[in-house]
Design a binder for this molecule. Structure first.
Ligand code: G3H
Ligand code: ZN
Length: 285
């Protein structure tokens, strides 16, 4: 059934665990994430990013309608979340398209501008009954841009600034920059677990890890122990799907029916979803 990100995050936090949030781009992504969550017996967040909407010719509704229909029929709770929203126009489409939560991303802006834009987005979202996540400290690698230097001040979330930001914006959750980078195809990111401990000691809101595809399993386990409650994964699904399709097509050069290779790719993605949920939910904190 359709659930809300807020309730899944609250439940994960109470269980000292984390909820997995997967980025979906195609119908096969939606089906694979739900199949993987069902086989793991765990709730899941399906998230659609602004970039994914751009890929869908700028239209949110076709993919959103498919996600809502799939979530309603799922055997586990499934929440729909709009991810990395920069456009106010897209933000305003969220409730009508069936999304119960949004991540408003103004982290590229100078601090004062991030604060005021995020506060306005949070006021609007709360008036609509939406749960809202925001980002402070730039998590690199978005939109094909190279990550900030790991030592640049903007590439890490400062705990004192984060306390002011949460108080000043009223957001429900915060994405923190602790060393992960978006769009990594190898699991070689090293998280700053000391900083994470300071952030979770300073902040009362749930913390979100972005760019989780690049984080090794042990790093994810430690991050959940350290206070991460929502773990965003995108690239790892594409690595699994594309690898399986590439292998299938190499072995079957005569194949033309798209269902043949899409089903192979979808199955590989579902297995990766199941595996990642297992890593997150077996974590004792
Ligand atoms: O918001 C989405 C996530 O941060 C996904 O990042 O593709 O590097 O796993 P990733
Ligand atoms: Zn992200």
């Amino acid at each position: 059934p359709l659930a809300s990100t807020g309730e899944l995050v609250t439940a994960a936090s109470a269980a000292r665990s984390a909820v997995a949030a997967f980025n979906v781009i195609t119908l096969e992504h939606i089906e694979a994430v739900i199949a993987g969550a069902e086989s793991a017996g765990a709730p899941v967040v399906l998230q659609v990013s602004e970039n994914a909407v751009k890929f869908r010719y700028g239209r949110l509704l076709p993919l959103a309608r498919a996600a809502v229909a799939a979530a309603e029929r799922a055997a586990v709770p499934v929440a729909l979340h709009l991810d990395h929203v920069q456009s106010d126009d897209l933000l305003r489409q969220a409730p009508g398209a069936g999304f119960g939560s949004v991540m408003y991303d103004a982290a590229r802006l100078p601090y004062a501008d991030n604060l005021s834009a995020t506060r306005a987005a949070a006021d609007w979202a709360h008036a609509q009954g939406l749960w809202i996540e925001a980002e402070l400290g730039q998590i690199g690698g978005k939109n094909g841009r190279p990550p900030l230097d790991a030592h640049a001040p903007g590439a890490r979330t400062d705990p004192d600034q984060a306390r002011d930001f949460v108080a000043g914006t009223g957001v429900d959750a915060l994405a923190v920059a602790i060393g992960s980078v978006h769009a990594m195809t190898t699991r070689t990111a090293r998280l700053d677990h000391g900083l994470l401990k300071r952030l979770s000691a300073t902040l009362a809101v749930p913390l979100v890890l972005h760019g989780s595809s690049g984080v090794p399993d042990e790093g994810l386990v430690e991050a959940v122990v350290g206070g991460i409650v929502k773990v965003n994964v995108g690239t790892a699904l594409n690595v699994a799907m594309t690898g399986a399709i590439r292998e299938f097509l190499a072995a079957h050069p005569e194949a033309v029916d798209s269902r043949k290779y899409l089903s192979v790719g979808r199955e590989a993605m579902a297995q990766e979803v199941h595996r990642i949920i297992g890593v997150l939910t077996r974590t004792p904190r």
